[in-house]
Design a protein around this ligand. Structure first.
Ligand SMILES: Cc1ncc(COP(=O)(O)O)c(C=O)c1O
Length: 490
């Protein structure tokens, strides 16, 4: 059951061999050389394998949406608007859907004008369109460290130079950001945008504090910098006070009663309703919005009218408790996920031991755990999958250089039931101890092996050969280092 070279476990092969690729080498655009496979693609395949407990994907629990309601809403769309649903729609999105987005933004405490919204094919498309609009090869993006693993291949595809700023419990330290900006400035460089996930960060699980939000907006205004605020999880808060969006803070700072002119806001229905709808949105100032629209025309003309009308029908629905159905659904999700988060934190206390530490998110879907620094979680994933049937996202996937984050992992607590969370964490704990035992029992040679392994990841020295098959489980940037090292030694 190798992940590499196979799709969702049903025999569909998804990766070409080196031999097959070589035939087309001369035809591929140079930017394809920088393209990296996201760990996420592999993780998505894993979720389809019933024998693996996957704490890896960014999955919400779609079993919480009542099938009868889904059927009723789809029947309504069919009865009332079949022809519209089956037709192309406007690139900027349907007005009925944009109204729903304005409502979600209001629930986030953020007033937006419908004319500053574009409906997209998931939030992922916003990241792509923002890069398409702003990034020439070599342009700088500043991002958090760790950052959203799904953004890493997008940044790479546009050949951006990404500066990552290590977070602490309060998110991105703005003084560190300013030092980075100063350093870039003295080299004559100015980032095209700052990418941040301020709430329950994916994968870090931390939230940017209020003083840092304010300071970030001040810095952006002082230096005229754009911010891409990625906020899929803001409404999934399980404890503590909601904090204002960067978009609203900037709009307030301008003070004309309009929108922000420096923050591009990314929202999505994926985590508050369903990722299968593939609907997200951007809110941006008009000149930026127009470019995003042009980029989207080239990408997919419009997002699906079928799912846009589904969303509109759902937002018209009253819930069992008399409020808007969508808001009641989000309230139910909050309780559901908060129980799952607690189950994961308890299981981590029980099975991860003293050498590890992890974040305690107030919301969202993820915990970020950091283990004994002798452990490389890319290797651990291979072992855990093979011997324990459990998966997580290795930390390297959240770093553009693929070198940092080696001892960390992202764990999703939303997508599987509590018993499986407990069992999954127990199994990872067992794999972790086995890995440590293995490192410990390999006397002098073994210790050398571990060091050699690290060196190989960092592009120094040759990789340990017996490690090669482990690296194949997920394609992470380290494979590049290994291949380069191998090529050099050939
Ligand atoms: C931080 C972040 N941004 C963007 C996305 C993209 O989500 P989607 O394209 O499903 O809206 C995700 C999904 O997990 C995410 O976690």
């Amino acid at each position: 059951m190798e992940l590499s070279g196979s799709g969702g476990g049903d025999g569909r092969r998804t990766r070409a061999t080196a031999h097959e690729l070589a035939r087309y080498e001369a035809l591929f655009a140079s930017r394809t050389r920088g393209m990296k496979s996201s760990a996420m693609r592999e993780m998505m395949a894993l979720t389809e394998q019933p024998d693996v407990i996957s704490l890896a994907g960014g999955l919400p629990d779609t079993t919480t949406f009542a099938p009868e309601l889904y059927a009723k809403l789809m029947a309504e769309v069919a009865a009332d608007s079949a022809a519209r649903a089956l037709q192309y729609g406007p690139t900027e999105g349907m007005a009925v859907t944009t109204r729903c987005i304005v409502e979600v933004m209001a629930a986030e405490g953020t007033h937006v004008d419908a004319s500053e919204v574009i409906v997209t094919t998931g939030g992922q498309q916003v990241i792509d369109l923002v890069c398409k609009t702003l990034i020439d090869p070599g342009d700088v993006i500043v991002a958090e460290a760790p950052t959203y693993p799904g953004a890493v291949p997008t940044f790479s595809a546009y050949q951006a130079h990404v500066e990552q700023i290590e977070m602490d419990a309060d998110g991105m330290p703005i003084d560190e950001l300013e030092r980075t900006l100063d350093r870039l400035q003295s080299a004559g460089r100015r980032p095209k945008f700052i990418y941040t996930i301020p709430n329950f960060q994916n994968p870090g699980g931390v939230t940017m504090s209020m003083p840092r939000r304010r300071r970030l907006i001040e810095v952006a205004r002082e230096r005229e910098l754009l911010i891409l605020e990625d906020n899929p999880y803001g409404l999934l808060r399980y404890e503590g006070e909601a904090l204002p969006t960067l978009y609203s803070l900037d709009a307030d700072a301008i003070g004309r009663g309009g929108g922000s002119d420096l923050v591009i806001y990314l929202g999505t229905f994926s985590k508050i309703l369903s990722p299968g709808l593939r609907l997200g949105w951007a809110v941006a100032t008009r000149p930026v919005l127009e470019k995003l629209n042009l980029g989207k025309q080239g990408a997919d003309l419009c997002s699906s009218p079928v799912t846009q009308l589904f969303v509109a029908a759902f937002f018209d629905e009253r819930g069992a408790r008399g409020g808007p159905a969508w808001l009641e659904y989000v309230e139910d999700l909050r309780q559901h996920y908060s129980r799952r988060r607690d189950a994961m934190l308890e299981a981590l206390d029980q099975h991860f031991g003293d050498g590890a530490h992890w974040t305690r998110p107030q919301g969202g879907l993820f915990v970020w755990a950091t283990l004994d620094d002798r452990i490389d979680t890319t290797d651990l994933l291979a072992l855990a999958r093979k011997t324990e049937g459990v998966a997580f996202v290795p930390g390297r996937a959240a770093y553009v250089d693929g070198r940092s984050g080696a001892s960390s992992m992202r764990l999703n607590f939303a997508g599987v039931p509590e018993e499986k969370i407990r069992e999954g964490v127990r199994r990872i704990g067992r794999a972790m101890r086995a890995q440590l035992g293995l490192l410990g029992s390999l006397s002098a040679g073994g210790a050398r092996g571990a060091v050699q392994r690290r060196d190989a990841h960092e592009g120094r020295g040759a990789p340990a050969e017996d490690d090669a098959h482990l690296a194949d489980v997920v394609e992470l940037p380290r494979r590049e280092a290994k291949r380069t090292a191998r090529r050099r030694s050939e």
